[in-house]
Design a protein around this ligand. Structure first.
Ligand SMILES: Nc1ncnc2c1ncn2[C@@H]1O[C@H](COP(=O)(O)OP(=O)(O)OP(=O)(O)O)[C@@H](O)[C@H]1O
Ligand SMILES: [Mg+2]
Length: 293
């Protein structure tokens, strides 16, 4: 059994297509890319320095001290997992490089006994290192990282689990030697459970939120294009799925895309057309997924 449940070659046209459907992606990408660009493209940086300063600025040597770690934090169904690979794909396209995206399997982790976690972390980083070549950038996603990277300050934590966190920190430190050829993403919906030493190392901590009213409307408009709903109807769908209509907690991206819309379609398929009333009726049957705290 592989410790990775996905190994994807990037850039990928399939990922690009999925990325295009993500609402609010560009702002998130820009924030990460601005921070990582300097780490990822040392050659580009050196030519920039020679071109504009006729020398290699000493500061460039220190940029490598930054850790190639990005933490994606936020509530369930807000797009952390889909965004990790989307970000990796978009970065590679901009850099004109090829890469690999490795996703550490949560299944393996779930079955792992105490003490095996450290070995798992070792194996994952070993593979990451092997995949990163001169012209290739390797990305590792540790999804739901709170399961591994839990803060060592909790008293119930076993010695073996603490050792795994130590290993993880050590591996992140070693990643700096790869000079931007290996990037680690960690996703979590419990940032406060993640060990402080790991949080401190992150080059960027990107917060994910449930969609606001405009984003919910945009998602309905995007996914139901061709249904010819009126603008007021879209506005009403956005309102009905918002916090005010749902005891203070709105629908997440995944509630809308993977629950509401499919269930509304299922009401109609295969005998009749989908209409506004089907959507409203479905929304009233579904509750937003509970917030993770
Ligand atoms: N920005 C977005 N725009 C449109 N749809 C989105 C967006 N983000 C997420 N989605 C939809 O929600 C689904 C779930 O997203 P994802 O699995 O990345 O959430 P997550 O934050 O990783 O959740 P969890 O914490 O439960 O793992 C995606 O498959 C996609 O359909
Ligand atoms: Mg996820």
């Amino acid at each position: 059994m592989s410790i990775f449940d996905q190994t994807i070659e990037l850039p990928s046209s399939e990922i690009k297509l999925k990325t295009a459907s993500l609402i609010g992606f560009k702002a998130k990408f820009d924030r990460i890319y601005t921070n990582l660009k300097l780490l990822l493209d040392k050659d580009g940086l050196l030519s920039w320095s020679r071109k504009f300063h006729h020398t290699e600025l000493p500061a460039i040597a220190h940029l490598g001290d930054k850790y190639p770690l990005i933490i994606l934090a936020g509530d369930a169904g807000t797009g952390k997992t889909v965004s990790a690979i989307a970000i990796a794909d978009a970065m590679l396209r901009d850099l004109g490089k090829d890469g690999f995206f490795l996703k550490l399997s949560t299944r393996v982790r779930g079955e792992g006994l105490h003490g095996e976690m450290g070995q798992l972390v070792n194996d994952a980083f070993k593979e990451l290192k092997e995949q990163a070549g001169k012209k290739r950038i390797a990305f590792l996603l540790i999804d739901e990282a709170d399961a591994i990277a839990t803060t060592r300050s909790t008293t119930q934590m076993h010695q073996e689990e603490k050792a795994a966190v130590n290993t993880l920190i050590q591996k992140i430190d070693e990643m700096r030697d790869m000079q931007g050829r290996a990037i680690v993403f960690m996703s979590t919906n419990r940032l406060h459970f993640i060990d402080e030493a790991i949080v401190r190392r992150a080059a960027v901590i990107l917060e994910f939120e449930r969609p606001d009213t405009d984003e919910r409307q945009l998602l309905f408009e995007q996914d139901l294009e061709g249904l010819n709903l009126l603008n007021d109807e879209f506005t009403e769908l956005a309102r009905l799925t918002g916090p005010e209509a749902n005891n203070g907690l709105g629908f997440s991206f995944s509630d809308l895309r993977l629950k509401v819309i499919p269930e509304a379609i299922a009401r109609c398929y295969p005998n009749k057309a989908l209409n506004y009333n089907d959507l409203v009726a479905t929304i009233k049957l579904i509750k937003p997924s509970p917030q993770i705290i």
